[in-house]
Design a protein around this ligand. Structure first.
Ligand code: URP
Ligand code: ZN
Ligand code: ZN
Length: 461
């Protein structure tokens, strides 16, 4: 199918231009002023922005965790992503104990096969670092997966020790793989959790109290130094606080290969939300936990000045009813994770661009271009250029919307940003040349989304 998009304002990370776009099959075939090519469909984008589709590099769809399974799968999560202007994401495969990487990869492919509606890639979280896994790692990049994750927290479940982290960093660095870390000191946290429960401190707020920001700063610093010894690139996921950000700034100032993202929830919610009346605070339980207003300010500053490369969601949905409720009477049993894949682009546009914190170009950079560059997808994705995938959003900067569980498409019974009024919404969304959202409806095909084979990662941004 060919589609001509006329009169739009094309926003890329490196500049803005008025241009027409010709989309043929899956790619952007031509960009120029007043294109007069014939096409099967013509869309007038006067007064609208055209941006590269959002890329969310941190999601957990259909993930077994905390005695349950995250409620958005590759169909519901993808439809929600599309409604929000996100056309690609990278999900975390979790290697089960005793599993080879190949087995874990097969399981995650079968979760997505036949369900995917937009394009998706995988990271793999290594939880059982056996000799055979060590042998498999160098070949990972040939499967189209070029990043791994190590958990420094969730003791006795997902946590790895420093030796494992260090060996993984060495092998990853030598083989074009980027190592991501969940940076919290799981041992100290485990002690605090046990002490709090023994003292009868069982409410959701103690989830945050048992995971102090120093535990994150310490693990961030440790990961940075281990990566420096291994001479390997490092990406700290879901960074939440000023003290951890200081470690990233220090590392980057010294020329170390360290990068970090934050997630939308850390900019808009705080530890106080875990102290809401009744058991409501459970809706805000994620790890690392929500922090303070001061931390929010530091994170905004990091996004503005480039210390933080990108903004993702850590989309990991658990319904309040029946899932978050598993932790009544014991905060450590509340499944960790929050929703956001549908909201990210709108919330960051409204509060980032609309409130004058950063430019349209920087918004595109942190939500799409840098994620693509960091994780081996650029320039196929993350940019509007001839030859790139036609992952596009026609964005209406004037249209207003109130975010709510009543209207969202995520498979979860609450919305973290309930009642937030935003100006600027996706109007038409293309995934690899196919229209997936138009006139407020899902127009895509379930099963049509493709696995993104990512390139080796040889440099840091
Ligand atoms: O609370 C969170 N973040 N849940 C998902 C798993 C993880 O640590 O990323
Ligand atoms: Zn994590
Ligand atoms: Zn996560």
């Amino acid at each position: 199918m060919s589609i001509l998009i006329k009169n739009g304002t094309v926003i890329n990370a490196d500049g803005t231009q008025k241009a027409d776009l010709l989309v043929e099959e899956e790619i952007i075939s031509k960009i120029g002023e007043s294109l007069d090519e014939t096409a099967e469909k013509v869309i007038d984008a006067s007064g609208k922005y055209i941006i590269p589709g959002g890329i969310d590099v941190h999601t957990h769809l259909d993930m077994p965790f905390g005695g349950t399974v995250s409620s958005d799968n590759f169909e519901t999560g993808h439809i929600a992503a599309a409604f929000g202007g996100t056309t690609s994401h990278i999900d975390f495969i979790i290697q089960g104990k005793g599993q080879s990487l190949a087995e874990a990869i097969d399981i995650w492919h079968s979760k997505a096969d036949g369900k995917a509606c937009v394009d998706y890639g995988f990271h793999i979280a290594i939880t059982d670092f056996t000799d055979s896994v060590m042998e498999e790692l160098p070949t990972l990049v040939h499967t189209g997966i070029s990043s791994i994750k190590l958990f420094m927290a969730y003791k006795n479940v997902l946590q790895v020790d420093d030796e494992t982290l260090f060996r993984s960093l060495q092998i990853a660095g030598d083989n074009g793989l980027l190592t991501c870390v969940h940076a919290e000191n799981g041992d100290a946290i485990d002690v605090l959790i046990k002490q709090m429960l023994a003292d009868g401190k069982t409410d959701p707020i103690y989830h945050a109290k048992s995971r102090p920001h120093w535990a994150e700063a310490e693990a961030t610093s440790r990961a940075i130094h281990l990566a420096a010894i291994a001479d390997a690139p490092l990406f700290v996921v879901h960074l939440t606080c000023a003290s951890a950000l200081d470690q990233i700034k220090m590392a980057r100032a010294k020329g170390l290969k360290a990068m970090a993202e934050t997630c939308v929830q850390y900019l808009f919610t705080t530890e106080d939300d875990l102290d809401r009346p009744g058991f409501e605070g459970a809706k805000y339980v994620c790890s690392p936990p929500l922090r303070t207003k001061k931390d929010q300010e530091a994170l905004w500053e990091g996004l503005i000045n480039g210390d933080l490369a990108s903004i993702s969601t850590d989309h990991c949905t658990f319904n309040y009813e029946g899932q978050k409720e598993l932790g009544r009477g014991d905060f450590s049993k509340i499944p960790n994770g929050l929703p956001g894949i549908e909201d990210r682009m709108m919330v960051m546009h409204h509060h980032g661009v609309g409130e004058g914190r950063f430019s349209l170009e920087r918004w595109v950079e942190i939500t799409s271009t840098n994620p693509a560059k960091t994780f081996g997808m650029y320039p196929r994705k993350g940019v509007i250029a001839e030859g790139s995938d036609a992952d596009l959003v026609i964005w209406d900067p004037e249209k207003e919307h109130t975010i709510s569980v009543e209207t969202h498409h995520m498979n979860i019974d609450y919305n973290l940003y309930e009642g937030m009024e935003v100006k600027g919404v996706p109007e038409v969304v293309f995934s690899s040349g196919r229209i997936v959202i138009e006139n407020g409806e899902f127009k895509g095909k379930v099963g049509a989304g493709n696995f993104i084979r990512r390139e080796a990662i040889l440099s840091v941004i």
